[in-house]
Design a binder for this molecule. Structure first.
Ligand code: CTP
Ligand code: CA
Length: 239
């Protein structure tokens, strides 16, 4: 039976969750975006708050309402990857746990047109050139290593379809090592899988440095709230 005196897993902890997609403007009326719904990130913020944490939710573009007036959750809105980078940079150093559930655009248009881009009479199609956005997750892990401050536990996400050469789990194992985060949550994605859905299948991968053995993997199929609870308890175990 559960101990009624037991502290909730994240009692007194400070948690930062990023959620939703970023939006990279092309001109005043157009942007590059992605299909993140924000549901998994919101479920994580709610689970962390339910586990006793003070939660700061950094919310990008989402299909659903952010939990704006919920006890122990504060919400900050961002649109671009650069705004997300700044918000994480301000908040992560003081957090015990950072969960990067946001779908960050890897690229942004190289230039922003201050006026709406118009069709021209010469029949030429416009060419959009892109440049890399900062890797916020990798940067946070590097800052923690170099400055010795920052979240005790950093959780990354990976949405993978797999390829001819590697299955999604292999890609996620490689990403976990490349990013240097402590836990990595793998979602297998496709046209009808995961994005915008309430049900999900996740694999939680643990960094070999944390687990002191070959990285163990937890697999769970259920609602995004059940997935969030599993991720929160996995993260809490390493705090
Ligand atoms: N992420 C980030 N900054 C970026 C891109 C991604 O912080 N510019 C974070 C995401 O929030 C997620 C993790 O990194 O937690 C993995 O994102 P993903 O897109 O799967 O990884 P990438 O390194 O961008 O690899 P890929 O080329 O497969 O998109
Ligand atoms: Ca990416």
């Amino acid at each position: 039976a559960p101990d009624p005196q037991a502290q909730p897993a994240l009692q007194g902890r400070s948690v930062v969750v990023t959620a939703g997609g970023t939006r990279e403007p092309l001109d005043p009326v157009r942007y590059l975006g992605n299909r993140s719904s924000g549901k998994q990130g919101i479920a994580l913020a709610e689970s962390a708050a339910a586990a006793g944490a003070q939660v700061h939710l950094i919310a990008g573009i989402m299909d659903v309402e952010a939990p704006e007036h919920v006890a122990n959750i504060t919400v900050e809105r961002i649109e671009t990857a650069e705004q997300l980078q700044a918000a994480v940079g301000r908040r992560a150093p003081e957090a015990d746990l950072l969960i990067m559930a946001a779908a960050v655009a890897d690229f942004r248009p190289t230039s922003y047109a201050a006026q709406k881009i118009k069709k021209t009479e010469d029949g030429e199609n416009p060419v959009i050139t892109l440049e890399r956005n900062p890797d916020i997750l990798a940067e946070t892990v590097q800052n923690r290593r170099s400055a010795g401050t920052g979240p005790g536990v950093v959780v990354g996400f990976a949405a993978e379809t797999g390829s001819a050469e590697a299955d999604p789990l292999q890609l996620a194992q490689a990403k976990l090592l490349r990013k240097g985060c402590d836990l990595l949550v793998l979602n297998q994605v496709g046209e009808t899988l995961v994005f915008g859905q309430d049900e999900t299948e996740i694999h939680i991968l643990t960094s070999p440095t944390l687990a002191e053995s070959s990285a163990p993997v937890t697999t769970l199929r259920g609602t995004k709230h059940q997935a969030a609870e599993a991720i929160i308890s996995a993260a809490a175990a390493y705090l």
